[in-house]
Ligand binder design. Structure first.
Ligand code: FAD
Length: 391
C-alpha cells in the first residue's frame, strides 16, 4: 500500500467496485478498502435482480446466477394470489458472494489495488477539504492521502458523517430487514413471492425468493415505525412456522435498507458518496444492487475526469448528482412518493386491490396496473405511476 493515491474507495460492495473500476479505467490510480476479510461476505441481501436492469451496468456471468425467475406472485392479506407472469426469464437470483467477488475482481483487472481487513476509521482533512483516510489494516494504523475519497460504505456509512454530510434517515424510511435462507422446503423456483398485510409485514413486505426447488431466501422488511411494536424477527418466525414448518435455517442476516429519497448532498470538496451510503436504493422494492452500480459508474468517471482537470472541489463533483438525477434520481423520487402512498394502504385497500386486479384478464395483470388499482383513490399519484412503470 502506497502513501498516496488519486482516489480511495471505501467499501467493496457493488457501488464501491463499480466506482473503483470506472475511475481506474479512466486513468486514475485507485485503492479500494474493505473492512471485512473477504469481498462478498457476509451477504446482506435477498439476491434478486431484474435482468434488464442488471444489463444496464454489467453483462451477467453465468457463475453469478443461482436461479432464473419468470414472474412474481403478490399475496394479499386475505390470501389471494395475484400472479404477474411471463414466459421469458425476468430476473436472476444472484449468488452475492460470487457476484460481489466477481465485480471487485473486474475492478482489480482494471488496475484497482484492493485491501481487505482494512477498516477506514477517519478522514484526513486540509482546510475542510477531504484529503485521504485513516485506516486500520491487519491491526496496523495508516494515514493514506488521496485527491478524492469515494464513500461506498453501505447503509451505516460513517464516511459521509466523517465528512460532515447529513446522512440521517427518518425512521419510517428505514426498512428493518431480517432474512433466513431456508432449506428442506418445496417451492416453485420460477416465481418470487411477496406477501403484504398489517399482520404479515406492516409498512413493508415479506419475500420468498427461491434459489432452487428446495431452498429460498425468506425475509421481511418492516418500516422502522412498526418495529418497536413487534420485531421483524417475530413476524418472520410466525410466517416460517406457518408455511415452512420443517425448514432448516442455513443462514440468518439482519440489515437496514434506506427506502428514502437520495441524500440532499452527496458530494463535497474531495468526497463523494455512492450506493446505500447516498440512499440510492429503489424505495419501492428495496433493491439497491443496480442503482449502487449505476451511481458508482457515474461517480468513478466524474472522479477520474476531475483529477485530470486538477479540480476536486464539490462544485466540480456536482456533475455526479446531476447525472444521477437525470438517469435515475427523478424516478427514485417518484418511487419514494409511491412507497409512501402504498404504506398508508389498509389491509382492506390491499384486499380490494387484489380482487380488482384478479378481475382483469391475465395479460393486463402488470405491475403498472396493480399500482394503478392500489392507488386509484389517489389520482395525483397516477402521473408518477405512469412515469415509473409505463415508460
Ligand atoms: C436483507 C436485505 C435484502 C436485500 N435484498 C436485495 C435484493 O434482493 N436486491 C437488491 O438489488 N438489493 C437488495 N438489498 C439491498 C442491497 O443489498 C444494497 O442496496 C447493495 O448491497 C448496496 O451496495 P453498496 O455497494 O452501496 O453497499 P454494500 O453492498 O452494503 O457494501 C458496503 C461495503 O462497505 C464495507 N464497509 C463499511 N464500512 C466500512 C469502513 N469503515 N471501512 C471499510 N469498508 C467498509 C462493508 O463491509 C461492505 O462490504 C437488500 C438489503 C438487505 C439488508
Amino acid at each position: 500500500m502506497r502513501n498516496s493515491y488519486d482516489c480511495i474507495v471505501v467499501g467493496g460492495g457493488p457501488g464501491g467496485a463499480w466506482a473503483a473500476k470506472h475511475a481506474a479505467e479512466q486513468g486514475a490510480n485507485v485503492l479500494l478498502l474493505e473492512k471485512d476479510r473477504e469481498i462478498g461476505i457476509p451477504v446482506r441481501c435477498a439476491e434478486a435482480v431484474g435482468i434488464d436492469s442488471l444489463r444496464l451496468v454489467v453483462e451477467p456471468e453465468e457463475r453469478w446466477i443461482s436461479n432464473r425467475i419468470k414472474g412474481a406472485v403478490l399475496v394479499s392479506p386475505h390470501g389471494k394470489e395475484v400472479e404477474v407472469a411471463s414466459d421469458a426469464d425476468q430476473g436472476y437470483m444472484l449468488d452475492r458472494r460470487i457476484f460481489d467477488f466477481g465485480l471487485v475482481n473486474i475492478a482489480a483487472s482494471a488496475g484497482v489495488e484492493v485491501k481487505t481487513k482494512a477498516y477506514v476509521n477517519g478522514l484526513l482533512r486540509d482546510n475542510g477539504s477531504v484529503k485521504g483516510v485513516s485506516v486500520k489494516h491487519l491491526g496496523k494504523d495508516y494515514k493514506i492521502s488521496s485527491k478524492i475519497v469515494i464513500g461506498a460504505d453501505g447503509v451505516e456509512s460513517r464516511v459521509g458523517r466523517f465528512g460532515g454530510l447529513k446522512t440521517n434517515i427518518k425512521l419510517k424510511d428505514l426498512e428493518c430487514c431480517l432474512q433466513m435462507t431456508l432449506a428442506n422446503i418445496k417451492i416453485n423456483p420460477d416465481n418470487i413471492y411477496l406477501y403484504f398485510g398489517r399482520d404479515v409485514a406492516p409498512g413493508g413486505y415479506l419475500w420468498v425468493f427461491p434459489k432452487d426447488e428446495t431452498t429460498a431466501n425468506v425475509g421481511i422488511g418492516i418500516s422502522g415505525e412498526f418495529a418497536k411494536e413487534k420485531s421483524a424477527k417475530r413476524y418472520l418466525e410466525e410466517f416460517i412456522e406457518k408455511y415452512f414448518p420443517h425448514a432448516a435455517v442455513l443462514y440468518t442476516v439482519v440489515g437496514g435498507v434506506p427506502c428514502a429519497p437520495t441524500l440532499k448532498k452527496i458530494v463535497m470538496d474531495g468526497l463523494m458518496l455512492v450506493g446505500d451510503a447516498a440512499h440510492q436504493v429503489n424505495p419501492v422494492t428495496g433493491g439497491g444492487i443496480v442503482t449502487a452500480m449505476l451511481a458508482g459508474r457515474i461517480a468513478g468517471q466524474v472522479a477520474a475526469q476531475a483529477i485530470k482537470e486538477n479540480d476536486v472541489t464539490g462544485e466540480r463533483f456536482a456533475e455526479y448528482p446531476e447525472k444521477w438525477h437525470k438517469i435515475q434520481g427523478k424516478n427514485h423520487e417518484r418511487m419514494h412518493k409511491i412507497k409512501q402512498a402504498i404504506s398508508k394502504l389498509t389491509d382492506d385497500d390491499l384486499n380490494a386491490t387484489a380482487d380488482s386486479v384478479l378481475a382483469l384478464p391475465e395479460e393486463k395483470r402488470t405491475l403498472g396496473n396493480i399500482f394503478k388499482k392500489a392507488l386509484i383513490k389517489q389520482p395525483a399519484m397516477l402521473f408518477d405511476i405512469m412515469k415509473v412503470f409505463l415508460k
